[in-house]
Design a protein around this ligand. Structure first.
Ligand code: ADP
Ligand code: MG
Ligand code: ZN
Length: 480
């Protein structure tokens, strides 16, 4: 093959998402993250002999929700299968999963890359239980390895994409869109550091312009958007170089080493597990009762794309603002709550985007000491001239620090705007007397000095004077 041949990548992602249930998939143990090792465990999730799994209904509802959100066919009947392999973190020696009869098939997810929308097909979604976690001491003499079964049997869905992705940027955009959707749906908290959302990337390359897929490598367990992109880029380069040098890509499982910024082989196809799948004898087929899927469909929240459309076409927000406000489900809910309190769309959008989100510096709106309705109330106070925009910023500082209601803050601090002419007039007189030069300029036609004078009066009144009123008084006193 010639040396300058150009390659095109073909990528398919398998996303593992932890379902947001309180308890595990087949027992009543808690799924809470960060508990001391082996405290969220029982006979069932540690695979003791003689126990039987009992299916968590909430997990099924969340899987159905994901299927509907991804426009899949949700199957009334699906089947549990045993996936057999031997590893210390898998106490039963098998994982209960779904195989050839998964709960959902055939969906899609729209993603946006460089301002272009494209659709990635979803092959299937299946439900399964997670494995435990091996914990290794530092590699010193006498080091030990431990197993923590807290994760064991936590409910997951695996979402398998069609090989529709053609670049690492598209893959990262897909992961982001998937995380956003699952968070909107309340299916998964999307916390990638805690392992709630992770993916395996299947990557192959083919000469540009050809149809036939190349041999793929699967990069396991990637847990950040940045790593997805880096790992895929590395893999595209590696495979292209290999073929240009006359070599052949072998089908294998690889690992992304984020320190070395490279992938390395974990096991080849020959060493691949033979999982010996067979139907799980301890569980009946998963049969959804009549009308269940329709009921879940009715309870589905507004999805990101619908919200985006509503914000631009119904609320009249700019596409840019609408995008920022819908990026995260929590931010959108915060904005909706503000708007429910006071219907000034433009102003509330500005306050949320330019003040609240900026102050958050990347933290979540859930970490705030106040809810969206407080911003609605704040803007209402500005709109009915109770406070000036400047004072409103001081109110926000108070809200950030202590929470509470804007109205109560304004009252207790005595920040109510002065709209009483009698109180403003003496300050105006004082400012005019001290700035004769500016008054002369104004009279000579340089009317824009009024801004400077308004500023002085506002400062003197500690921001409490009504600016419109100050403006009017100044004009009147300087003769029009
Ligand atoms: P496995 O069970 O071995 O992981 P799957 O059929 O579940 O195999 O496919 C895994 C993923 O690999 C899917 O997302 C699919 O789109 C993707 N895929 C399949 N063939 C290729 C290929 N030649 N190049 C890149 N991705 C591929
Ligand atoms: Mg796979
Ligand atoms: Zn348990």
């Amino acid at each position: 093959m010639s040396n300058d041949i150009e390659f095109e990548p073909v990528i398919g992602l398998e996303v593992h998402a932890q379902l947001s249930t309180k308890t595990k998939l087949f027992c009543g143990c808690s799924t809470a993250f960060g508990a001391p090792p082996n405290t969220n465990v029982c006979e069932v999730c540690t695979g003791m002999p003689g126990v039987l799994p009992v299916l968590n209904a909430q997990a099924v509802e969340l899987a159905v929700r994901a299927g509907l959100g991804l426009h899949c066919t949700v199957h009334e009947r699906s089947q549990w299968s045993r996936k057999n392999y031997f590893y210390p973190d898998l106490p039963k020696g098998y994982q209960i999963s779904q195989y050839d009869k998964p709960i959902c098939t055939g969906g899609k997810l729209d993603i946006e890359v460089d301002g272009q929308t494209m659709t990635v097909g979803i092959t299937r979604i299946h439900m399964e239980e997670d494995a435990g976690k091996n914990v290794h001491d530092d590699l010193v003499a006498g080091a030990r390895s431990y197993v923590d079964f807290n994760r064991s049997s936590v409910p997951l869905i695996e979402i398998v994409s069609e090989p529709d992705i053609r670049s690492s940027a598209q893959a990262a955009a897909y992961m982001k869109a998937m995380r956003q959707l699952l968070r909107y749906l309340g299916v998964c908290d999307g916390n990638m550091e805690e392992g709630s959302l992770r993916c395996d990337a299947n990557v192959s390359v083919r000469p540009k312009g050809t149809e036939k897929f190349g041999t793929r490598a699967e990069i396991k367990n990637i847990n950040s958007f940045r790593f997805v992109q880096q790992a895929i880029d590395y893999e595209i380069e590696r495979q292209s170089e290999l073929i240009r040098a006359g070599g052949k890509v072998v089908q294998e499982t690889r690992l992304w080493d984020s320190q070395a910024k490279s992938t390395r082989s974990m096991r080849s196809k020959e060493e691949a597990h033979d999982y010996r799948y067979f139907p799980e004898p301890d569980l009946p087929d998963l049969v959804l009762r009549d009308g269940f899927v329709a009921e879940v469909g009715k309870r589905l929240p507004e999805l990101p794309s619908d919200k985006l459309t509503r914000y631009t076409s119904k609320l009249g927000l700019s596409p840019y603002d609408a995008k920022i406000l819908t990026e995260d489900a929590e931010v959108a809910a915060f904005f909706d709550a503000a708007l429910a309190t006071h219907k000034n769309t433009k102003s509330i959008a500005n306050w949320v985007i330019n003040e609240v989100l900026r102050e958050l510096k990347g933290n979540s709106v859930e970490s705030l000491k106040f809810k969206g309705d407080a911003i609605g109330e704040l803007v209402k106070l500005i709109d009915d001239s109770t406070i000036s925009g400047k004072i409103a910023k001081d109110v926000l500082v108070e809200l950030m620090a202590h929470g509470g209601s804007p109205r109560a803050i304004v009252d207790s601090k005595g920040w109510v705007q002065v709209t009483d002419t009698g109180a403003i007039e003496p300050i105006v007189d004082q400012v005019l007397a001290a700035n004769a030069e500016s008054v002369e300029k104004y009279k000579a036609g340089k009317t824009n000095v009024i801004g400077f004078l308004v500023g002085l009066v506002m400062k003197e009144s500690k921001g409490k004077a009504n600016p419109a009123m100050v403006n009017e008084l100044l004009k009147k006193k300087m003769g029009g």
